[in-house]
Design a protein around this ligand. Structure first.
Ligand SMILES: O=S(=O)(CCO)c1ccc(-c2ccc(C3CCCC3)c([C@@H]3C[C@@H]3c3ccccn3)c2)cc1
Length: 236
């Protein structure tokens, strides 16, 4: 369909997010540590394109009691998004491309004084082999596409986004061959977000918004997955 060209771009973006996820940022010294809270570290670089703030965001976290597959599954599943995503108003499945790749339309709650935003993106979940002994990663990539059935509306400004969630399951093997329980697993998360607001937003407004909302999303989403999975069999 009309999305075929995007599927090649999707594979490139998944590989890029996977390659960059756990790479130390020493090379790029211009990452500003926004927040450090336990295992959660949130960084940002201050970047403007044509006077528009497009600050890349990077975050790492370790979530106890859940696996990489579980974190990525709950992040990717459109049906339950409203259970953890507090900044969106409408979430719509526009097209199912395959069992692991969909097109999603979202309107984001209006953040005074900015105009309301919407987003239209391909969202794909898959396992990626790391090639080394660390075992596979699970990756979700959300990136903006144009779709004939969702033209840009005059009500919202269309953001352009490229989001990567790359996760690894850490297992501390239980003593003497006991079965693995949730006390023995945790998920190492690397989240990267490139969001272009699609139109001018005061730099201070957007930076304050990002500084508050990204950590809030990471806290809320991590706790949400722990709650949803605690009485369920482990999904490796
Ligand atoms: O990880 S996701 O794929 C989860 C799927 O829902 C995702 C996360 C964040 C966004 C996002 C969309 C719009 C905006 C702004 C632009 C001008 C006015 C609103 C922002 C700014 C950065 C701040 C922000 C960060 C986190 C949550 C909400 N707000 C972020 C989109 C997708």
């Amino acid at each position: 369909g009309g999305l075929a060209p995007y599927l090649a771009e999707l594979e490139r973006k998944v590989s890029e997010h996977h390659r960059l996820a756990f790479q130390s940022k020493d090379g790029e010294s211009d990452w500003q540590l926004l927040l450090e809270e336990g295992e959660m570290k949130v960084y940002r670089r201050e970047v403007e394109e044509d006077g528009i703030v497009v600050d890349p965001l990077k975050a790492q976290n370790v979530v106890k009691g859940v696996t990489a597959h579980e974190i990525c599954h709950y992040f990717w599943d459109v049906d339950i998004r409203m259970e953890w995503e507090t900044t969106v108003e409408i979430v719509k499945l526009v097209e199912k491309i395959s069992d692991d790749t969909v097109v999603v339309y979202q309107t984001h709650k209006r953040m005074w004084p900015t105009m309301q935003r919407d987003s239209l993106f391909v969202s794909s979940i898959r396992q990626v082999d790391t090639g080394d002994d660390e075992g596979p990663s699970w990756v979700v990539c959300n990136f903006s596409v144009d779709h004939p059935s969702l033209p840009v509306s005059n009500k919202c400004v269309r953001v352009k986004l490229n989001i990567g969630l790359v996760c690894k399951t850490l297992v501390t093997p239980p003593a003497d061959g006991q079965p693995i329980t949730r006390d023995d697993v945790s998920c190492k998360i690397a989240y990267a977000a490139y969001v272009n607001p699609g139109g001018w937003v005061p730099a201070s407004v957007l930076r304050t918004l990002a500084k508050r909302e990204y950590p809030r999303f990471l806290r809320k989403f991590s706790a949400y997955v722990q709650g949803k999975t605690k009485d369920k069999p482990i999904m490796f």
